[in-house]
Structure formats: C-alpha cells, structure tokens
Design a protein around this ligand. Structure first.
Ligand code: PLP
Length: 392
C-alpha cells in the first residue's frame, strides 16, 4: 500500500556505515521502495533519528484508533478512546478476562472457537472435564445447531456472569441476525451479564447481518467487542487486532470497566508494534481497503466453489456465505473419522468438528482460505473421491 515518504530512498540514515547501508538496501525490495510501499519506508524510518519512535501509546496509535472507530463503528457512537489496539483477538480474549477474576461463571456457544473455553480453564473457572459428555462442569454450553438456526435457546440458558459470543461464528460460519442479537443483549441486560463479542470475521458478512454488537441499541451497557486484522487483512502472523470497551459498561458497583481495561493494557501489554500499526492504518486507507476487499471477495468466491462441491455430493452444508468457513454435516459419523477418511482419500486437510467442542461431533470445518487453483483442485478431488466414501 502506498504510504507517504518518511525517508527518501536515496538518503542514508546518518548513523549507518556505508557497508551497513548497502546491506540494508540490498535486503529491501527496491521496486517497493521506489513506489513508496509501506513496510520498507516505515522500517527504514526507524533507523533514523527523525523517524525513530519508541514506546507508543499503550492503547494504540491515535490515528489507528480513530480510523477503526470511523471504519467499523460508523453511526454506532463508538468513540476512538474506547478502541484499544492489540496484537490480535486471541490475546485479547485472554486479556479481557483479567477484568473478571476466577470466580465468575461463563457461557459459550457449542460449538465454538476453543480459546473461550481454554482460557476459562486457565483462569480456573471451568471445573472438571466430564468424561461422559466432554464438557467442563462449570461452563454453560449454549447449543447451536441447524434446528435452532445456530442461535442458542436463551429461555433455557442459565444466567452467567460472562457470555462469549462469536458472530460470524467459527466454526459454523453463521452470522447472528439483528433480532437474534437483540435477544442476546436483552438477555444480558436482564441478567447483569457481560457479553464478550468476537467479531473477527465481520468483514465476511454478506447478507446484511450486523457486523458489530454495537449496532444493537443498549449493547454499550453490556458488551465488549474483540476483533482482528487476521481474517480481514491476512494479518495472522503480522498480529493486529482491537477491542472496544465502551465507557458505559460498568461493574455492578458502578465502576467503569474501561478504567480497569486501560490499566491491564498498560501493565500487561504495552501496545502493538508501531510498524504493524502502520500496516493496519494502510489497510484502512481508501486504496488499502479496496485491495483488502478484493482478497475477501476472492475467499468468498472460493467458499461458493466448495459449497457447490459438497452440496453436489448431497451433503448438508452450513456457513460459507458470511464467513470463510463451511460447516459440513456427516450425520451419525465421528468427525475424526470423516477427517481421516477425507485426508487419506484426497489428501485434503479439513478440521474435525469435535475440536470445537462436543457440539462439533459429526461435522467438519472446511476453510476457503486458499489460492483459487488449490480450491478448484480440492473441489475436483472431493467430487471424484467422496462418492466412494463409506460414511454412515
Ligand atoms: N477469534 C476467532 C473466532 C478466531 O477464529 C480466531 C482465529 O482463528 C481468532 C479470534 C484469533 O485471531 P487473531 O489472529 O487476531 O489472534
């Protein structure tokens, strides 16, 4: 992505020796440097007296916090001061839990992204794992199946202090509708619960479902939202995300949670890398956003190809429209057996649904993150081999 020139590419930083500079210049892609692409310029600027920046604001660069608030939370009354830039959603899923201590009760979707349960285990809230059903005794599992449109029956859900909710959901690939989220917010409000809402896949939403919990009136009083550049801009290894902690959200004694979160970020984190934040800012420029959206559309097309392949084989396929994941049902089969059989017959890696909790048994998760050629090849292999498979 184009970025303003922080350092003319011909200018040697004053403190580098000639051979050091030559080595640096050899190691960067000259074409990118000439055309003003982001990384070399920002990285090179750090080697100059003028361009060096040390510790930044622990909460994130103001410009990035502002851009996130404008881009993802337009008309939702989310202020930039409520946006905390992070090194990824996974880290924040654990970090936000420092707010709550070990004695709180927790509910999760079943199936769900494993970090919610595993971090609750680490924080000492889960109790023992029960052999008979594969569930932790002190965690409330909110069943999400095709029968309930992958949205839990809240009338049957016991009150908990924390509700983890991921939409679009990993692994089911389904996004909650506005009316479903309205019910969730009402439920949390009535119970004095806090929703920890994971919107890491929001950029894939195609059917008009809410991209943020803060689209629901009243959510700022009951929810924290965690999100990521990983799925939206391919930053999985680069590491960048953010968390919104609204000023309206408070503990039952009225103390604002954002004050404690600020303290946690300053004490236990110290802020995301400055270069990575510059990359995040570039993704949110007009040009960067267009480039990123192109890639998203590519994955969405991939998902369509994979949906067609599995549906052509008569399988029930969920997800894929609002997420880069398909959730494919093999009724009566073990998800590990399905995984193994597909791997052996086609050399395609899927994810056994059981890895996402007991609710994932008899499903596999299929990812559309890949080059078109790979996806087409996978689709061909599935179509020719899977017919011969012997699933129950
Ligand atoms: N949240 C969900 C639902 C995910 O599926 C993932 C990664 O797969 C993450 C968070 C982790 O995101 P990050 O790379 O920002 O840590």
């Amino acid at each position: 992505f184009k970025f303003h020139h922080a350092l003319p590419c011909s200018q040697k930083p004053s403190f580098l020796l000639k051979d050091q500079w030559t080595k640096v210049m050899r190691s960067v892609n000259m074409e990118n440097l000439r055309t003003g692409y982001l990384f070399p310029e920002q990285a090179m600027a750090l080697s100059t007296v003028e361009g060096y920046s040390g510790y930044g604001d622990e909460q994130g660069e103001k410009a990035l916090r502002k851009r996130i608030a404008e881009k993802f939370y337009k008309n939702m009354d989310v202020k930039w001061e409520e946006v905390f830039v992070s090194d990824g959603a996974q880290c924040d899923i654990s970090r936000v839990q420092m707010l709550f201590g070990s004695h709180v009760t927790v509910a999760v979707q079943n199936p769900s992204f494993p970090a919610y349960i595993d971090s609750s285990v680490i924080f000492g809230r889960a109790g023992n794992l029960q052999e008979q059903n594969g569930k932790y005794e002190r965690i409330v599992y909110m069943e999400c199946t095709p029968q309930n449109d992958f949205f839990p029956d809240l009338s049957n859900t016991p009150r908990t202090d924390i509700i983890f909710f991921c939409s679009p959901n990993n692994p089911t690939g389904t996004a909650a509708s506005a009316s479903q989220l309205r019910r969730l917010v009402d439920f949390a409000t009535a119970n004095g619960s806090i929703i920890v809402y994971d919107s890491s896949y929001a950029a894939y939403i195609s059917d008009g479902s809410p991209t943020s919990i803060f689209q629901i009136p009243g959510a700022k009083q009951v929810a924290i939202e965690i999100s990521s550049f990983s799925k939206f801009a391919g930053f999985t290894g680069v590491r960048l995300g953010w968390t919104v902690v609204p000023k309206e959200l408070s503990y039952s004694n009225g103390f604002p949670i954002v004050k404690d979160y600020d303290r946690i970020v300053c004490t236990c984190f110290n802020g995301a890398s400055n270069i990575v934040q510059a990359g995040g800012l570039a993704c949110l420029s007009t040009e960067g956003f267009q480039a990123v959206s192109k890639v998203l559309n590519h994955y969405k097309e991939n998902a369509k190809i994979l949906i067609e392949a599995f549906r052509g084989l008569g399988m029930e396929v969920y997800g894929g429209e609002n997420a880069p994941y398909l959730w494919v049902h093999f009724p009566g089969s073990s998800s590990w057996e399905v995984f193994a059989e597909i791997l052996e017959k086609t050399h395609i890696l899927t994810i056994p649904g059981r890895g996402f909790g007991p609710g994932g048994e008899s499903y596999i998760r299929v990812s559309s993150f890949g080059h078109r050629q790979t996806i087409l090849e996978a689709s061909k292999r599935l179509t020719s081999s899977l017919r011969k498979f012997n699933f129950n």
